[in-house]
Design a protein around this ligand. Structure first.
Ligand code: CMC
Length: 391
């Protein structure tokens, strides 16, 4: 009770206390459970980071092995899910498909909603970590007209994701270590980012004690938007448009600055980072390395670099402290991996999954109250109903 403070977009409102991710937007610092993102991207693998985020510590060898085994044991989904995948039109956006499939998982695993013990919670966590990559691969394979089949439990989690996606109908698949390492790094860099739009969505939906999968599905829908995770798709489309326009970056810079034009420079700006996004720094370097290692020359990378340089020297961007964010270069790496543009945000969701889970788990363990913001009413005062014939 008391005075309501209005803060549209929650620019200055803290919604919770959290021990998961530390972010200093002025200094460009990002740490998961105290470990710098730079060190984790360099030395850890994605599932270790997932364990760290969710359970608070890096796993011991035994914990790591058990975590892998428990996830592997959950890496099949009900065969009836294939019917749902098949029912989507080929042109369906993969983010809509994956959000629906994640929500549908609740129907196939109803016990996952009741998480009143640590054990039940753990079961839901490994279940979704096991099944989500299968849903991602099937979403992709359906679009590509490939058969929906399972992965290879003998290989690593990230390698298996690529194999599930790209294996040919005759079973042929050639592992490429450069791509596996690059994807591992990208997933780590996306794994958590404190109370962003999709994470806040997961926490608020979960705060009503809706199940984990339903909360994640809501988070995926929030991530889809171009101001959030959907920016990675929008960046690539923007770079393609610039390329088709004879590389005229100046024209797009002018559009971004024109207040009568809704166009924004996609992949630029961030609610919290005001000097640089540490993830973007690592990804830019990785994009250079991956393309060089693969021997790919992508003119899109040159356009991106040119655009970045222009924006960083432009007074409009300098005044507003707009820098390239995580989404600016990630699509260039996904593209080099052969991942189609409309799957980019799904790859982001794959990476963000452990963060969403960790935040949901923290919210439940801390027994947070239901999320329910207030408002300032600005509508009509009381008035009398007028029957339709008299209006
Ligand atoms: N291009 C042109 N102008 C911009 C941009 C941009 N990308 N971003 C912000 N601005 C301007 C904005 O018009 C406003 O100008 P003014 O003060 O003259 O009205 C000022 O900068 C502040 O912007 P804001 O919209 O109030 O800032 P916000 O914190 O609400 O929005 C943002 C942050 C990320 C949504 C925004 O910068 C944006 O739309 N960027 C493009 C989309 C994008 O790349 N999103 C990915 C974000 S990082 C990954 C993730 O979240 O998943």
């Amino acid at each position: 009770r008391g005075v309501i403070t209005l803060d549209p977009g929650y620019k200055n409102t803290g919604s919770c206390e959290s021990a998961i991710t530390f972010l200093d937007g002025e200094k460009g610092i990002l740490r998961y459970r105290g470990y710098s993102i730079e060190e984790l991207a360099e030395k850890a693998d994605f599932l270790e980071v997932a364990y760290l985020l969710i359970f608070g510590e890096l796993p011991t060898k035994e914990q790591n092995d058990k975590f892998h085994d428990d996830i592997r044991a959950e890496s099949i989904v009900d065969e009836d899910i294939k019917k749902i995948v098949d029912a989507f039109p080929k042109a369906a956006h993969p983010m809509g498909v994956i959000a629906s499939l994640t929500s549908a998982l609740t129907s196939f695993n109803p016990s996952s909603v009741n998480v009143n013990s640590e054990e039940a919670m753990y079961k839901s966590v490994v279940r979704i970590l096991g099944k989500f990559p299968v849903l991602v691969a099937w979403t992709f394979r359906k679009k590509e007209g490939l058969p929906l089949d399972y992965g290879d439990n003998e290989i690593g989690y990230v390698e298996n994701i690529l194999k599930m996606m790209f294996r040919k109908p005759n079973g042929e698949y050639k592992q490429n270590k450069i791509l596996v390492d690059a994807l591992d790094k990208l997933l780590i860099l996306h794994a958590d980012h404190e109370q962003n739009c999709s994470t806040s969505t997961v926490r608020i939906v979960g705060s009503s004690h809706a199940g984990l999968f339903a909360s994640l599905s809501a988070g995926i829908s929030a991530l889809w938007g171009p101001l959030h995770g959907g920016a990675n798709q929008a960046v690539l489309e923007m770079l393609e448009a610039i390329k088709a326009d004879d590389g005229d970056t100046k024209k797009y810079m002018a559009k971004a600055k024109d207040k009568s034009d809704p166009f924004r420079l996609m992949g630029f700006g961030h609610r919290v980072y005001k000097n640089f996004d540490p993830r973007a720094k690592i990804i830019k370097k990785a994009a250079d390395e991956v393309l060089a290692d693969l021997g790919v020359e992508d003119p899109i990378l040159d356009i991106a670099k040119g655009l970045e340089k222009e924006a960083l020297e432009d007074q409009y961007f300098v005044d507003r402290r707009l820098y390239p964010n995580v989404d600016f270069y990630s699509g260039i790496i996904y593209r080099a991996m052969g991942i189609p543009t409309d799957m980019f945000t799904v790859m982001f969701a794959l990476g963000r999954l452990p963060g969403w889970i960790a935040q949901w788990r923290e919210m439940r363990l801390r027994k947070e109250p239901i999320g329910r913001p207030r408002q300032v009413y600005i509508g009509e005062t009381e008035r009398k109903f007028i029957p339709v014939e008299e209006r």
